[in-house]
Design a protein around this ligand. Sequence first.
Ligand code: FAD
Length: 508
Amino acid sequence: MSYRANLSHDGYIYTKQGGLAQGLRTYGVILPETKIRDAAAGKVWDVIVVGAGYTGLIAARDLVKAGKKTLLLEARDRIGGRTWSAEVDGTTYEMGGTWVSHVHGRLFTEMQRYGLQDAVQMTRTDDGGCAYFTLDTGSGSRKLSLEEAGAMTQRAWKLFMNIDGLDGRLLCPLPYSSLGNQRVSFEQIQAVDQISCRDRIDQIKDELSADELALLESLVPHMCAGTVEDVGYLEMLRAQALQGFTPETFEEVWTLYKIREGQSALARKIFDDAVRLGLQYSFRTPIKSIIDRHGVVTLDTTTNKTFRARRVVNTIPLSVLHTIHFDPPLSPLRQEAMRIGHLNHLTKVHAEVEGDLRGLRGCTWPGDLLYIYGDGFCAGEKSTRITSFAGDNRGKLDPLKEPERLETALQRFHPMKIKKMLFHDWLSDPYSQAGPAWYRTGFLTKYLAELQKRHGNVLMANADWAMGWRAFIEGAMEQGGLAADTVMNELGIQGANPASDPERDARL
Ligand SMILES: Cc1cc2nc3c(=O)[nH]c(=O)nc-3n(C[C@H](O)[C@H](O)[C@H](O)COP(=O)(O)OP(=O)(O)OC[C@H]3O[C@@H](n4cnc5c(N)ncnc54)[C@H](O)[C@@H]3O)c2cc1C
């Protein structure tokens, strides 16, 4: 790895001795933070991309590759947004978006493009220490083999998803068009969108054991950090369809493979490619207003700078959009959607623990932390990195105020000697304010199409409202790629052999 890990403002590290400290090193920090060669007052860029998460990086790279004069503006000191990896004592920790799979086509294409398709490592290690599953559902804790736990989860999930007798194929045959298509009408989907995950569980609860019920009630918040009462069942149907209409692929698609050098290495390769092609940028440059008049969009920043462009690709997440002043204002329907927001208010925490806990898995429900994964050796191979997820703990456990309670919650999975914990508090972060978007019952059929709409010369692009793998890196890449294509079509690109123009040919 030729990159240097510089200190970011983002991320926290906690040790008993040192307490909580903010800021971790990552390949994602770009120094110097600004590269704008032509800063003439009044300059109108072809395109300004707001946000350097994966949506923004893909859009910026594609646009500059097509010869568009592109400027990237980012509020943070780093690229990657909700996906970034920290380098701590020789070990790479994924602070947000993590797992990759060949099922994520655009992501895998990027990994191939930059030579990372084989540079993956597995989170699960079959021959690692503590290779068992702790199931603690409040009435006592017991250990299952990983196979037993897998079979139990799959049986429950299959029942849960089989609402149409065909594992979701009837109601969600084309998951990129989950709101209706040639096989299912919008009206049919509207009816499904009224079903919550709890409604569906109630339909099948007589067929579930107490453990299976607990696994369903905890898996839903593990996936999207909302409760089964709130999360729309349509979200689960889409997820199931995307992973091939079966729970058998869940682990391989969701939680198995990571990029060995970390997500920030891939993000960095995309960014560096774009810079090589002429991308200009400014970090620590939060946008505060977007004004679209007479064919030119003006962006004002909180650092008192102004930039102009013919088109803007705005990749600010749903939960942060309310902080931006839009003129003309956003539609009342979009504003309503922003007020309702999405459900994902997760916590993800890493710990370095003594010994070999690579095989560890578990679920504590109800609990301060829901699921745990042994995640490979730390540098030196004497200690293990473990990763754990909580659902929506707002009002219950604030990791910034009581990090030691996370330690207590980790011990419930397995007694462990914790050396340090690391996390990114996505909820207090002003530029995310939440995790990746999963929606409540009734939301998608009412608001999704509106969120995807452009706002005049401003393309609205983010994984939070992607068509397919919404709330995934893949969804971000879908949105960045589509927005860049739209801008290219509108501003025009010169191909090598442009089709002949009869009028021009006649003039020549
Ligand atoms: C804990 C966690 C775990 C996850 N796990 C996975 C996983 O395993 N696999 C997977 O595929 N996905 C996962 N995801 C989801 C994935 O990380 C996101 O879907 C994806 O990174 C979103 O990318 P984006 O570019 O659309 O949005 P973001 O990454 O949020 O990018 C938006 C950018 O806009 C910037 N911004 C915000 N406000 C302003 C402003 N005012 N001015 C300028 N810039 C601004 C932000 O700083 C950010 O860089 C996870 C996410 C989290 C948080």
